[in-house]
Design a protein. Structure first.
Length: 297
């Protein structure tokens, strides 16, 4: 089986890597909890409450990446331990290696557990893109799970910044159903959602009250890596790429899905990249192996 030895990603002068993280080049992550959102101050039984927001430090040997996450359902110490431990079954990357950070949260105990990950939720975010002004950028992530049917939704993409509320707790459920109002006013995501391991896109422009869901005709594959990339241009045009059964850092096999629908954010929307994972009540891990968030200079 092909293996891959990690070397630091090289970006040109026209690319700013806001996040450039890969588990095999990483120290153990550090969780920074907003202690006002702890249900108890006893460390051995600490629970972070639903609707709370915290930070995760992802430290490569050569850089520190700070991401933040929104905890959709109250999570126990088991979820917190998973977020701060790099799972390693082998010390080399393969497309079938059960490695990475587990985003399962508290799915073993509770259905519809979810997490939304970003690196800032307002215009001050280093990843925020102003359509029509900035050059654009992309978010790319590699996931692994033994059984995609045990996850309701695993998607990445962009959404317009919002203030009241800054987060929409119902988004994961809408992505899981692949139907309904995405609740974010402007959004474009791509990934596994609904049933049968389908890779689909979901978009909404200007809060129409419903979503446009497109079945790409492609599938996630059990026990194989799934790499997703969503890019946005300077004009707000969104494009998608993916690969299956490829080692996490490698982008050589990224290709456009078989079927997509055109979508463009409006000028001068300010949009941010994010990840949403929604899990079923089952003990099935979903590993994040690699995350890149790039803003073009």
């Amino acid at each position: 089986m092909t293996t891959y030895q990690y070397t630091q990603t090289k970006f040109t002068d026209s690319h700013t890597a806001v996040v450039d993280w890969y588990y095999l080049k990483s120290l153990q992550p550090v969780l920074m909890i907003d202690t006002t959102d702890l249900a108890t101050d006893a460390q051995g039984a600490a629970i972070i409450v639903n609707g709370s927001r915290h930070s995760l430090m992802l430290c490569n040997n050569s850089r520190t990446n700070i991401v933040q996450f929104y905890n959709v359902v109250a999570s126990t110490t088991a979820a917190l331990l998973a977020l701060t431990t790099i799972q390693l079954t082998i010390n080399t990357e393969t497309a079938a290696a059960i490695n990475g950070i587990n985003l399962q949260m508290d799915a073993t105990n509770t259905d519809n557990t979810g997490i939304q990950i970003d690196c800032g939720i307002d215009a001050a975010s280093p990843a925020a893109i102003t359509v029509g002004t900035d050059t654009g950028g992309y978010i790319e992530a590699t996931f692994f799970t033994a059984d995609w049917n045990l996850h309701d939704a695993v998607v990445i993409g962009f959404r317009k910044i919002e203030t009241n509320p800054a987060f929409q707790t119902g988004f994961g459920g809408i992505a899981a159903a692949a139907s309904g109002d995405p609740v974010y006013t402007d959004v474009a995501v791509f990934g596994m959602m609904a049933t049968s391991d389908k890779l689909q896109t979901m978009t909404d422009l200007n809060n129409t009250g419903t979503s446009v869901v497109t079945d790409t005709g492609n599938l996630a594959v059990d026990a194989q890596n799934l790499k997703l990339r969503v890019s946005v241009s300077s004009t707000g045009a969104v494009t998608y790429k993916y690969s299956v059964n490829n080692v996490a850092p490698d982008t050589s096999n990224l290709a456009a899905p078989s079927t997509t629908a055109a979508f463009t954010f409006d000028t001068p929307d300010i949009i941010i990249p994010f990840i949403t994972v929604q899990n079923t009540n089952n003990n099935s891990a979903i590993y994040l192996k690699q995350l890149s968030i790039v803003k073009y200079a």
